[in-house]
Design a protein around this ligand. Structure first.
Ligand code: UD1
Ligand code: UDP
Length: 367
């Protein structure tokens, strides 16, 4: 029997790994052990709860205002023992977080094979997103099997000289989850509050944007809200205290901007489906919103997810107020621009990525 250890620690990793855990557990030729680092706590637990997944190991490492070194060291201390105990044939990590980086490095030292889910995403700019671009390049350097979500991601890996026979284009597992969450009869009190208005759904959390850049972004949106009386904003605020401080400072007293706690995945997907547009610096949201036909303005200068830009549903608007403000305004005022960005497209697969990954891992497709 093949012994697979699957490790994740943050909200976005959980959203994309839980569908895979479910699929792995259906395969009787595989023993699946689930380990969470707890790099996130509440935001991770929300996802585990939705998927009814009880991890076999929980490192519970999160501390308030943790540094990248804190996270890395605490994972190093914990993962070695778990690997020795479980002796996995392969360890699966996801994406570009410090959890995925630290775990894959320890596996490399221990001579254990790494399978990278969502491999091959690149900006080739180590400062953006920071430190995620570094993490994903290092993870791909030590990985043995690459599950690339798109052809574009596969091409990045091929250009870097990764062995083509170990790269599989699977689609993104986030679409597996999205297929089951959006419902036409969904109701929520926050959505009722916004039902007489055009709703902007906001998220922002990137480490490299903390500080003045984030203040700029929020300032741009505040100006727009003051100018357009038919706009309401819902902002599920990330748990990071540094984000909360800036949000409170800029948005205090603005009654058409509603700050709420992070939504669980099902709620968030339904909020996205009801929104007029999405304003974000998130990675994962760039993959989800296009399939719902929602325009996304991305408050970043780079993206490792060019597929949505090519399809025309995503636009990079940078991090400066004097650029973000006119871009939001244009989308709200110009119907033609809005319609062009509202096409539903799905570059991230058919919702069967997890099935494909399990077939590959169980040897039903050659590795
Ligand atoms: C991490 C990932 C980032 C991902 C993001 C998703 C890295 C380097 N970054 O960044 O790629 O986009 O998660 O959200 O891995 N906190 C809580 N409760 C929670 C979660 C966070 O209180 O459930 C607070 C803690 O004070 C923590 C801080 O948020 O110290 C920051 O969390 P951290 O995981 O270090 O960074 P993120 O910005 O969330
Ligand atoms: N998300 C969520 N609740 C929220 C905001 C986002 O469940 O309140 C989900 C969203 O659907 C997406 C993921 O979180 O799947 C994106 O995570 P995040 O933006 O934190 O990280 P990133 O994708 O930038 O790494």
């Amino acid at each position: 029997m093949k012994n697979i250890l699957i490790v994740f620690g943050t909200r976005p990793e959980a959203i994309k790994m839980c569908p895979l855990v479910k699929e792995l557990k259906k395969d009787k030729s595989i023993q699946t052990v689930v380990c969470v680092t707890g790099q996130h706590r509440e935001m991770l637990d929300q996802v585990l709860h939705i998927f009814h997944i009880e991890p076999d190991y929980d490192m519970n490492i999160m501390i308030q205002n943790q540094t990248l070194s804190n996270i890395t060291m605490r994972i190093f201390e914990n993962i070695q023992k778990i690997i020795e105990e479980e002796k996995p044939d392969i360890v699966l990590v996801h994406g570009d977080t410090t959890t995925a980086f630290a775990v894959s490095l320890v596996c490399f030292y221990a001579g254990i094979r790494v399978g990278h889910v969502e491999a091959g995403l690149r900006t080739y700019n180590l400062a953006s997103p920071y430190p995620e671009e570094f993490n994903r390049q290092v993870i791909d350097l030590v990985s043995d099997i690459y599950f690339a979500p798109t052809e574009h991601a596969r091409e990045n890996l091929v250009k870097e000289g990764k062995p083509t026979e170990r790269i599989y284009v699977t689609g993104n597992t986030v679409i597996d989850a999205l297929k089951t969450t959006v419902r036409s009869d969904y109701e929520n009190e926050h959505l009722k509050w916004a039902q007489d208005s055009r709703l902007i759904l906001l998220t922002a959390h990137r480490r490299e944007n903390l500080g003045d850049l984030m203040r700029n972004m929020f300032g741009a949106l505040k100006r727009v809200v003051q100018e357009f009386p038919d706009i309401k904003v819902i902002y599920p605020v990330h748990k990071n205290p540094l984000v909360r401080e800036i949000a409170d400072e800029v948005f205090a007293g603005t009654d058409r901007i509603k700050m709420i706690e992070p939504l669980n995945m099902v709620d968030f997907h339904n909020f996205m489906a009801r929104s007029y547009l999405v304003l974000t610096d998130s990675g994962g949201i760039q993959e989800e919103a296009p399939s719902l036909g929602k325009p996304v303005l991305v408050m970043r200068n780079t993206t490792e997810r060019p597929e949505g830009i090519e399809a025309g549903t995503i636009k990079l608007v940078g991090t400066q107020e004097d650029r973000i403000y006119p871009e939001i305004k244009k989308l709200l005022s110009d119907e033609k621009v809005y319609e062009e960005m509202s096409r539903a497209v799905n570059p991230y697969g058919d919702g069967k990525a997890s099935e494909r990954i399990v077939r590959i891992l169980s040897g039903k497709e050659k590795i």
